[in-house]
Design a protein around this ligand. Sequence first.
Ligand code: UDP
Length: 251
Amino acid sequence: MLVRKEVKPLRLIDEDGLRTDGRRVDELRNIKIDVGVLKNADGSCYLEIGRNKVMAAVYGPREVHPRHLALPDRAILRCRYHMVPFSVLERKSPNPTRREIELSKVIREALEPALFLEYFPRTTIDVYIEILQADGGTRTAGISAAAVALADAGIPMRDLVTAIAVGKADGHIILDLNDLEDKYGEADMPVAMMPNLGSITLLQADGEFTPEEFKEALNLAMKGIREVYAKQREALRRRYLKVREEVEGSV
Ligand code: UDP
């Protein structure tokens, strides 16, 4: 049997300041976003960032089952983050792990502030995030994809939510960690924001930052978030220009 193993790199950043995948410390991986890719969901988004491949689907606002979960004054938001068995090198069990359950909660909390849930009492909005291929940063990719899918579903939002991770590798503050950097770097800090409102909806940190490093990392995260936000908006605009053309073409 062929066993594929990941090798720990000697260094994460070389003497030219380049990372294992050739990026500079402040560079994002390539991003591709497609909107409205699933026929049967109310809203959907397919997002790639580097080797991560993520599908997000949104249903709702719709009736809540079981009924007793419904709230009289607002919609509930339910999120499921899930990695498919073939998303990682070692087959992952399809059953939800503790990590996935926790990430589902964290992602819900990151998205919730953007939604006008009070407009839809007694209903639910369900968000499904499937990680098809993982390479570090799947929670942030999942959040950015889910926000676009929510917008595609026509759900009123205060702003999109955009997320990226920053961290530390070989003493450098770096943007958008890949799997190797996530595993072997010194620190990892996923951040989600409503960029236009300037409000942070998720901030986690693993590892240690000095106060100065933390400031530098947060500034770098905001730079990355502005770039991802532009791609999210561009993808939504592209999709709805196409829809408009189709509607105008059919009358
Ligand atoms: N990962 C894995 N198997 C798992 C969970 C994670 O190989 O069961 C890898 C995957 O590439 C993921 C990375 O570890 O992207 C980092 O996981 P983490 O929990 O830090 O979340 P993420 O960075 O994806 O948000």
